[in-house]
Design a protein around this ligand. Sequence first.
Ligand code: C2E
Ligand code: CA
Ligand code: CA
Length: 835
Amino acid sequence: MKTTECFHLPVMPLKIAARLYILAGLALATVVLLSTAALHFVTRTGEDVRDIRKLVQVELSQVYDMELLLERHRRIVESAPVELDRERIAHLRDRARDVIEDMYGNVPKIASGPGAALGETLAELTTQGERALDLAAEFAQEEAIKQVAAYSAVARKIQTEIASTKIEHMSRFERDLKRLAASGNELTRWVEVGTLVALLLIGPFSLLVTGQIVRRLKRMTQTMLRLAEHDTSVHVSGTRFRDELGDMARALSVFKANAIELLSQQREIQTLNRRFKFALDNMSRGLSMFDSERRLIVCNARYGELYGLPEHLLVPGTPFSDIRRWRISNGTGVAGDTIDGPGKGWPFESRALIDRGEMIPLAHDLEDGRIIQVSFQPLDGGGWVALHEDATEERRQDARIERLAHFDSVTNIANRYFFKERLDSAFGDVAKSEIGFAVHWIDLDRFKEVNDTFGHPTGDALLQQVAARLNNAVRADDFVARLGGDEFAVIQTGVQGNAETEPLALRLIRVLSEPYMIGALRIEIGASVGVVVAPLQGETAEDLIRNADIALYQAKASGRGCHVNFEPALIEDLKARRSLEADLLEALRGEVFDLHYQPILDLSSGTVTVCEALMRWKHPVRGFVSPAVFIPVAEEMGAICELGEFALRRACTDAAHWPDGIKVAVNLSAVQFAEGDLYQTVLAVLAETGLAPHRLELEITETVLMRDDAATIQTLVRLRDLGITIALDDFGTGFSSLNYLRRFPFDKIKIDQSFIRDLPSRTECVAIVRAIADLAKTLGMRTVAEGVETNDHLQRVASAGCDAVQGYLISRPVAREALAGAIANACGRAHAVAA
Ligand code: C2E
Ligand code: CA
Ligand code: CA
């Protein structure tokens, strides 16, 4: 706010106070003057009156006394001549002397003024009287009478003097009276003149001063009234005066400046308020603020919307209890809250928390099923501000995420993460109860084939059935989880050793191996299980999982469909595999791989038309390592492409030296299709070795087609277009081999040796081999029976309609140097059989 301004102050002769003081002073002076005049005249009149009284009381009485004394003296003197007694005359003389004495006493009192000569006359009177008395004492009566006459003349003279004194006093008295009257008149005149002067002086001046003051006061009052009505355009006049009203006007102009600023601030505040309200009403969250009396201070529209509150409950001052009551009776109350009972989770229930001044986030479950997340923030001096957010969807999302975090979305059973948690808590239980538990680590056999063949939806359906079967196979205390892909795990509680795990492991494999019906599809898969007992075979979750994995690996390695209990020796096996991997890596660097060739006999011609190249690894310590062992390891290690290319180059190089009618068959791994450019490699090797494409046969297994991608099929088509023969190896080991026949028009089908091996014992194998041979014929494909070891095998496959045979009966795989002999032998044997 502005405080003061610098004003140009004109010189005003007198301030208002001064003027008022002057007015008052003038009035006072007039009063003093008039009263002084009155006092003066009253005093003077009093004196005059006193003079007159003195005159009347004293002077005149003395005159009269004198007259009386004179009379008395005269009678004494006049009575003396007739007295005859001397004694009496003496007595008269004494009395005359007394009277004269008294008369002398009065003389000074009346002798002023006209009676000044009285003393001399009195002396004469005394002398005349004394003489008359002397004459009487001598009894000279006549002289005495004469003397009395002289005396009387003197007495009359005195009488006259007294009379003139009396007259003199009377005239003085008259004069005094006149003077008194004159002073009364003077007083009246003074008062009249004084009043007139006062009226003339004070009247106009006070009218002028009052008029000025009143006018300026009026103007200021109007200014103030207009300012009160927020009219800031009003001009504040009179600020130039250097008096009190000037001060007031200046204060008023400061007040006006403040009012202007206040108004602008008010306007700013209003704008701010509008913005604040806009912001409040556009908040995604509801906001409510209550005071210490639990009355609404402010809330936004969202708050009302959230709880469906009517307008009249959103007005500031609304008691919280009204809002709560309304919510309870309209279904938006906190679940479990009743009109009479204190609601749980309400702010007053959380008083202690609020008192601690902490932010309190609470999730309110509403009667209508929604979840409102409310954050209470206590206010200084009581009350609270709360933010309300509909967290229903978020909570559902959280629940979903929570589920996703802990449960597998496909099977709805626990996932790997949840399994890990459960495993940790199982270890916790072990620490308390000292009773162990077991983990069955399950891997489905051939699941990948199902997925690849029938697609993911079928695969998912299968996994769901697997999960259901696992859940049914375990006790309520046990725990089933899907660890990913086709891996599952069961935590079996209350286990001391393998005696307890054995039945469950067997049961798990049995139930999982039973046929599944998915829609119209009947699917058979198997399961391998690795079993580990805690805490005996693993004191931490990590150890336990590692050991379970080792056991499972062993179960898979030993032919699948079985379970393996973990034992420390398995670690040795794993180590062996690791060392094999290391050796393989080493071998890849040196030229230790070689190819052996196994002739394949064509039954109709009785000649060897194809020789299959089979990889051989001669290890300095291990001796010959079977490709069935190291090929999968090489595939896993990612070394198969290099190894495969070597086999292809070696085989083509060798075959280029063979007679024209003999092809070379080279095995390809599925990995070779997935990685690198197989077509280019084949093309390059053929060009390099000079082998005609029609003399090369490539053997692939179903796994190549499992991925069902267009690129693989295209590669096969392009290779076939070059004139290369494509054979489907190990046919019948998968369970949907027929399906693959549709995907690519193979030249040849190699019936897996497992069928041939079982031909004598299982009649259905004969039927299968025959069916395959017939089907192949229909499709224009040739058939090769693998693993023909006996003449019986040969007879049966020949009668089943197979076109060619491969097996120890014909020839074992042999080194290239021995191949010619082996072929010759094979042909010879064929002729023998034919004969
Ligand atoms: P395969 O392609 O089915 O090869 C035939 C396997 O059966 C060979 O085993 C062979 O020695 C064996 N065999 C042949 N006749 C008989 C018989 O009458 N009775 C029995 N019991 N076995 C017979 P081998 O050489 O141990 O090869 C095993 C597998 O290794 C092959 O099975 C093939 O899948 C793979 N393999 C071998 N060489 C290569 C190669 O260069 N590349 C690729 N990718 N795989 C290869
Ligand atoms: Ca083969
Ligand atoms: Ca084979």
